[in-house]
Design a protein around this ligand. Structure first.
Ligand SMILES: [Mg+2]
Length: 487
């Protein structure tokens, strides 16, 4: 534990959904859900307006539609999110050489390594300036947590949401953590919380008071001892810059233990894709593929396979991860899955070339994972050779009406709303899907792309206008039989 709150955790607020609201003026102040929109799709991000209805990340989209039928349901646009992410990560790298990205919109920064004075006032000023800079550069808001340990900084940014900053001065963490639910601590899912509840432990203070021996008795040695340290706010993990990392890994804890083998496999593939995204973002490739499986009883095992040479090829890493999964018995239920790559190497010249040629492919990775989860992997002809598919949310350009986005599609028609990040909420028009005047567009920059407007004073998560749009966004003219089942 550091004597000053010099570890910063940044987390953008409802990132994908906020980016969509910034891009699409008619959706500002309205419920927006970004994710897989097919029958087996999963919510990636819900806007705060959708969260009011109980919609959450990782929830099946079908369930979200029942809770919030009037939300706009949009396919993710990773090209845009990556552009915004690069801008945000650039601002973080200006603060310190030690930046540890956790995802496109989340990172730890070691401010001490960046030469910031180890004082609460100084780090708070840096955090507030960072939030202003992010808003000016991206039009989006991010929340900042500052503390003397990574775990605490992350809890602080969660407390700060949305659009806020929280500092946990060292020495105050036990007082602050004490009344919080034990669920706040990393690694405490519903099952652990239930075990603790039956022992009369609900808060972090009660967890600390229970003592290490009691927690070990309840939860086993590793988990009990780890939980005790966290309840005391003890976490000495350093911020590790991705380019210095010896390995890159991603993992997910599940709300309910996974028992379905197909689902476990799907999750491993999804994690492999996320791992490759991070590997590529860091400009690295790796030689050893590792999977981590934590069972219902908290027994945790890893399996690894070393390849002949370093790779960042998603197909190779996915295949290796699935091969490794075959070696693991998951019939009792899986609580956590992870996929990692170690033995990292920097790119060679050929790799760099390969990276350029496969850039588009990388962009589609997470999307493809959603599609695989959502539908049978049909043989796909090139775009030109089959009828056009217009996914809700994607950018289009019309020869006469200009830039817009697909609001819905089906029955041979596509509904487009013509608006840009810097325009007023736009009008909707419907075309035949084959209309030659309509073609795919590119994401427009969220700020600075058009005539000057008051973007700097108007973050995307706040409603710019509360006036009603004519149609329910996202669902207009949608036909589940045709378009929606594709995603
Ligand atoms: Mg976020």
């Amino acid at each position: 534990m550091r004597p000053a709150p010099t570890i910063l955790h940044l987390d953008m607020d409802a990132f994908y959904a906020s980016a969509e609201q910034a891009a699409k003026p008619s959706l500002r102040g309205k419920p927006v859900v970004v994710g897989g929109i097919g029958p087996r799709g999963v919510v990636a991000t819900a806007s705060y307006e959708a969260r009011v209805f109980g919609v959450r990340s990782a929830m099946p989209t079908a369930q979200a539609r029942r809770l919030c039928p009037n939300a706009a349901y949009l396919s993710p646009r990773f090209t845009l999110y990556r552009q915004v992410s690069e801008t945000v990560m650039g601002l973080l790298h200006a603060l310190s050489p030690l930046v540890e990205p956790l995802s496109l919109d989340e990172a730890f920064v070691d401010l001490e390594a960046g030469g910031v004075a180890p004082e609460t006032a100084a780090v708070r000023a840096v955090g507030e300036q960072l939030r202003r800079d992010i808003r000016a550069a991206t039009g989006l808001t991010g929340s900042v947590g500052l503390a003397g340990a990574k775990m605490l900084a992350k809890i602080a940014s969660e407390q700060a949401k949305p659009d806020g900053l929280v500092v946990i001065p060292p020495g105050t963490e036990r007082e602050l953590l004490g009344p919080m639910s034990v669920r706040t601590l990393p690694g405490v899912g519903p099952a652990t919380a239930e075990t603790l509840r039956r022992a009369g432990i609900h808060t972090i203070a009660e967890t600390a008071e229970a003592g290490e021996a009691e927690l070990v008795r309840l939860l086993g040695k590793a988990h009990g001892a780890g939980l005790y340290a966290m309840a005391l706010g003890q976490d000495d993990r350093p911020v590790v810059a991705e380019r210095d990392a010896k390995s890159i890994s991603v993992e997910d804890t599940f709300e309910v233990d996974l028992t379905d083998r197909t689902r476990v496999r799907t999750e491993v593939l999804r994690l492999a894709d996320r791992c490759v995204q991070r590997l590529r973002a860091a400009g690295r490739s790796g030689r050893t593929v590792v999977i981590k499986v934590r069972n219902y009883d908290f027994s945790t095992l890893t399996r690894s396979e070393t390849l002949r040479g370093p790779t960042d090829d998603p197909a190779v890493i996915r295949e290796a991860a699935v091969r490794l999964l075959e070696l693991v018995d998951t019939t009792g239920g899986v609580r956590l899955l992870g996929v990692g790559v170690s033995g990292l190497a920097d790119f060679t010249q050929e790799d760099l070339f390969a990276q350029l040629t496969t850039e588009r492919e990388a962009e589609e990775l997470a999307r493809a994972a959603e599609e695989r989860a959502g539908a049978e992997p049909a043989e796909e002809a090139p775009e030109e050779e089959r009828p056009r598919r217009w996914h809700p949310g994607v950018d289009v350009i019309h020869d006469e009406y200009g830039a817009g986005w697909v609001q819905g599609s089906g029955l041979g028609r596509v509904t487009v709303r013509f608006e840009t990040p810097w325009s007023a909420p736009g009008r909707v028009r419907t075309f035949a899907v084959e209309d030659p005047a309509l073609r795919p567009g590119e994401p427009l920059p969220l700020v600075g792309g058009g005539p000057a407007v008051d973007q700097s004073s108007d973050p995307a998560i706040l409603p710019k206008s509360v006036s009603e749009v004519p149609e329910s966004p996202g669902d207009a003219a949608s036909d589940p039989g045709e378009e929606i089942s594709r995603r």
